[in-house]
Design a protein around this ligand. Sequence first.
Ligand code: HAM
Length: 413
Amino acid sequence: MQSLPGFRDFPPEECARRNYIFARWREVARHYGFVEWEGPLLEATELYKKKSGAEIVDQLFTFTDKGEREVALRPELTPTLARVVAAHEREFKKPLKWFSIGQFFRYEKQQRGRLREHFQLNCDITGEAGLAADIELVALCIDVLRAFGFGEKDFVIRISDREFWTDFLREKDVPVDRWDEFLQVIDKFGREPREKTAEKLGKLVDPVFATLKSGGKSEKLGKLVDGLRGRGLADFVSIDIGIVRGLAYYTGIVFEVFDRAGKFRAIAGGGRYDNLIGQLSDGTVSLPALGFAMGDVVLGELIQEISRVCQIMEKAIAQDRKIDIYVVIAKEERRADALKQIQQLRDGGYRVDYPLTPTKVARQFQAAEEAGASLAVLHGDEWPQLKIKNMATGEQELIPQENLKDYVAAHRS
Ligand code: HAM
């Protein structure tokens, strides 16, 4: 039996890499004063039909539950966040700065960078309409990637403003109900054949191509970049009016993160969605909001691609995997005493391992080495003395067994 297409197993090495990513995500979000939250994995399908857009609805894992409800595995977090904020809005002081790390499911064609499940870091700010929040959010996204060791030569955040295009459409008298369709075409520009894009754009083709070529102008985006420049982060971003995002609910500044070499798919994406909370609460709660999500799949590929960053990860994982003490049981009659001591050491907060069954001493030392133990404690003929081996230097010494606790405290690395 194999796992389903697009689903991953996480044996220990893969799990350690995944947890390393989660740890960096959590660390930086907390540095920015964000608090962690979580929502359910299963939601009413209706939640996504309302405002996420056709593309994501087509990719839903849906089924009817035993209570005849149409439900879906969550493909993203933003509609859940909007639902939760709308329901509990009064309990929280604004602005809310929330982050979450969880798994998402999209029935996509499995390909490089796209699976049917993935993990995301979501960071969202609700209740703040000013540009300061957009700047803070983009800075957070940059710093999350910097925490892995990436620099401005490794990735770029392409920033745009949907309002630029909605102003354009208004000016060209395009009816509002066709805006979404138009934005989808811009979103796919460059990924679809030019003739297909031209056909979809109809009489707008010339002004759109000209705007995309000239880059367009936006005062708001200029201010955003200035704000980042003040923090020394401007080299991580570039204005690219061609970014509009595939999801339907965005209203203002939007951005996507790519590797500089342009080899991979988007690492992260987000933007403002000032109307979503209002739309999902039928107008009872109206709050501006913005956020982004970073996926673990493309990020993992980019870490593997850039050896400097990969080495930082592997070193951290190797360090984290290490145990403190390996207890070598050289004489089986000492096992009961050894176990008593192991229990005490573990209670004292040490990572301790030992052989579950009678094992040759040489094999036990080998296990101590493989587990990265800094000390091996040998229970053998010397009892009630213990032989201690410093695994790094190879030095050995005998200590009375009652001194072990103090000894390991003094040698804690
Ligand atoms: P999204 O662009 O659909 O945005 O997804 C965010 C990131 O999740 C992508 O850039 C990508 O790295 C990763 N991702 C998405 N789908 C897959 C997949 N099938 N396989 C692997 N990775 C994937 C959102 O989800 C928005 N809800 C983000 C947001 C939060 N906007 C505001 N707040």
